[in-house]
Design a binder for this molecule. Structure first.
Ligand code: GAL
Length: 690
């Protein structure tokens, strides 16, 4: 199966992605709720659940995620009565259901009877049941049984009026992203035959003349199993592509069954932000609602920035689709080595952060904390201590409060800058054998994003090949793999008047991970105003002084290209070490636009200097003045704007308002300066004058 087969993305639709209007989907309210696992509790508890849900303003419950073993206790024997009863209870209380297919955790009978469905690691060891996600997505037996339980689900309860959304599977690829079994090998070979058409093309793309790797037949090709040293990088890159496609095909096959049953009900699956194994740009195109799971680490001082980046990425995956948080935690998780609780107010502030960045719903894992099982110490909306827990008061308080901010629903987040992200580039860049094997895609993205977050600049993530014309600036953080068309898109954006900031280690290889020969930069080297002659990491921890033309000094770390200026203007030069005197930042004019090439990892002060040169990156002085930890995002419609202000710190912070407005959570008029208490939130509504 490929992503274009009849069961796949293009062949299944009764209603295409993006065809659901935000208004009809979320009925003008922010969705609130969580994963509801009634199968873990006796039926008496269900009634209490519904009572508490109503008290907490819950309006969407995700049901059935891990229910396969209960729905089909033995192969071909089904038990759906309990599920219908749960849906009846929720429906009667006016709580919408996000009904999940249960395919993320096959029951023990399936693994026992069909051991070939169990995935195999690169060393050839098979996984076992007893946990979850123990399946190979290429296994015909798994696929047959998974699609059959989805059909049965639809047949038994698919007509239930409480169902407002379909939730396919759960966190595709989360624990076992790659399977190396013989079925996977077969599927990989047929994927490659389709992609390349001939062995010669494959040998050429993978550069198999190296290390005597030339293939004489497709039958010799295997997944990148355990090898003595580095595996062929082209093979590895294609294995990433193939795996992302295969999971997506499975999602589309389930989606086809759900859509056929209820064409008007939107479909989602929960993504995980910057999750490397799956190319979420391709995934988002197939979803009616994009949803994500985000577990901030309260022990990480940079968690607010990372969480904002997560939401900016998810919002941007499909810029025309609504999105929501499918899972967050009310307090601590239980899967980090040390699981810090969210301090009072943090859960509310993070929920508003998602809403500020465009989410139309915030849900949790999970509704009621489990009594047994691997996640019994994970926080929940209803803790073990129940209504006595302070967590419950925050959860119920937020649910009630969200009714006041309903009008935010469906409004748009406007971003002034784009940050280019590419999954194939990520895969290729982090394969071994590089000058700096500690160069990580997410680090590079955060490096460029961090100062923008600090100054209140809202950023969209964009594919290198999507239209960029609406953005005042485009940031290119180490876009290692860049195809000709992607490069031409960036060149076109600049020539039409855009400003691009391009960092080192961009445009290095083509779509097969083969070097673009010549000075570095491949299809965008003509933009640079300098030649990148050599690429090299700096010794760990070492810094170089960077001197700007006005004499200011900042620092560079991690990496330093050996650059020679051509027609560009040198804005800053290396001022220490063996490469002193070489350009570090070069500006070039191209067409109606300009490009700033950055040859090292500038420190925050250096990046701030650079961003000050670009009007679209100027940010909001009020945010900077309020100090670190204050975040501001604007959502708007043509008539109204909502300025959302968040204080992620434990101290009060003051923000100067540009003009008066009505603060929605208190329904008070605010003007002048606004004091945000510890982890405080404000949503300021203003009419937009034509
Ligand atoms: C998610 C998963 C949930 C639960 C949660 C715990 O990854 O979808 O089922 O395990 O993590 O944080």
């Amino acid at each position: 199966m490929t992503a274009n087969d009849a069961t796949g993305p293009s062949g299944s639709g009764t209603a295409g992605p993006g065809s659901y209007q935000r208004a009809s989907l979320f009925s003008q309210r922010i969705r609130y709720g969580g994963d509801y696992n009634p199968e873990q509790w006796p039926a008496e508890v269900w009634r209490d659940d519904v009572r508490l849900m109503s008290e907490a303003g819950v309006n969407l419950a995700t049901v059935g995620v891990f229910s396969w073993a209960l729905l089909e206790p033995e192969e071909g024997r089904y038990s759906f009565g309990w599920l219908r009863e749960v849906l009846d209870l929720l429906g009667a209380a006016g709580i919408g259901v996000d009904l999940s297919t249960p395919t993320a955790s096959p029951p023990p009978w399936l693994a026992t009877r069909y051991p070939e469905t169990l995935p195999v690691d690169a060393r050839g060891a098979r996984y076992h049941h007893g946990s979850r996600q123990h399946f190979c997505v290429h296994s015909p037996a798994y696929l047959r049984l998974a699609l059959r339980i989805v059909e049965k689900l639809v047949e038994e309860v698919g007509d239930h009026e409480a169902i407002e959304m379909w939730h396919v599977h759960n966190e595709y690829a989360c624990h076992v992203p790659y399977c190396y079994c013989d079925e996977s090998a077969r599927a990989f070979r047929s994927w490659l035959e389709k992609r390349y058409g001939s062995l010669d093309a494959l040998n050429d793309a993978w550069g198999t003349a190296f290390w005597s790797q030339r293939y004489a037949s497709f039958a010799e090709v295997i997944p990148p199993r355990m090898t003595p040293t580095f595996v062929n990088p082209g093979q590895e890159l294609d294995f990433h592509r193939f795996t992302s496609d295969a999971f997506l095909d499975e999602m589309c096959a389930e989606r086809a069954i759900l859509r056929a049953a209820r064409p008007g009900v939107p479909v989602t699956t929960n993504l995980m932000g910057a999750f490397k194994p799956l190319d979420y740009f391709a995934w988002a195109r197939e979803l009616d609602v994009v949803s994500t799971d985000n577990y901030q680490d309260p022990g990480d001082p940079e968690a607010p920035m990372r969480s904002a980046l997560h939401y900016d990425l998810v919002r941007s995956l499909d810029k025309s689709a609504p999105w929501m948080v499918m899972e967050q935690s009310s307090s601590r998780v239980n899967w980090r080595p040390h699981n810090v609780a969210k301090p009072p107010g943090a859960m509310r502030a993070y929920s508003y952060q998602a809403i500020a960045r465009g989410a139309d719903g915030v849900l949790f894992f999970q509704w009621r904390a489990s009594r047994a099982g691997a996640e019994k110490f994970h926080s929940a909306m209803v803790s073990h201590a129940g209504e006595a827990s302070p967590v419950w008061h925050e959860v119920a308080g937020l649910g009630r409060e969200l009714a006041r901010v309903g009008p935010l629903h469906g409004t748009t987040v406007e971003a002034s800058a784009a940050l280019l992200v590419s999954w194939p580039s990520w895969w290729a860049m982090e394969a071994p054998g590089k000058p700096a094997n500690d160069l990580q895609m997410v680090d590079q993205v955060e490096w460029m994003y961090r100062p923008l977050y600090g100054r209140g600049v809202t950023v969209d993530a964009c594919r290198p090949d999507e239209p960029l014309g609406t953005y005042g600036a485009v940031l290119v953080p180490s876009l290692y793999l860049l195809g000709e068309e992607e490069g031409a898109n960036i060149v076109g954006y600049v020539e039409a008047g855009g400003t691009a900031i391009v960092s080192f280690w961009s445009g290095i290889v083509d779509e097969h991970d083969r070097v673009h020969l010549g000075t570095y930069g491949g299809p965008i080297r003509s933009l640079y105003g300098c030649d990148v002659l050599e690429v090299a990491p700096l010794p760990p921890g070492e810094t170089v002084r960077i001197e700007w033309t006005d004499g200011t000094q900042t620092e560079g770390t991690f990496w330093l290209d050996l650059v020679s200026a051509t027609d560009g203007e040198v804005l800053a030069s290396v001022a220490s070490g063996p490469w002193a005197g070489r350009p570090a930042v070069v500006e070039a004019r191209r067409g109606k636009g300009r490009v700033l090439y950055v040859a090292t990892r500038l420190d925050d002060a250096g990046l701030a200097r650079l961003y000050d040169l670009v009007p679209a990156l100027a940010g909001e002085p009020a945010v900077t003045a309020a100090g670190p930890g204050v975040e501001r995002v604007v959502r708007s419609s043509p008539e109204v704007s909502y300025e959302i202000l968040l204080n992620h710190t434990g101290d009060a912070r003051t923000v100067q308002l540009a003009s008066p407005g009505v603060e929605l959570t208190t329904d008070r008029t605010v003007e002048g300066s606004l004091v945000l208490g510890s982890r405080g939130v404000a949503v300021v509504r203003r009419e937009r004058r034509p």
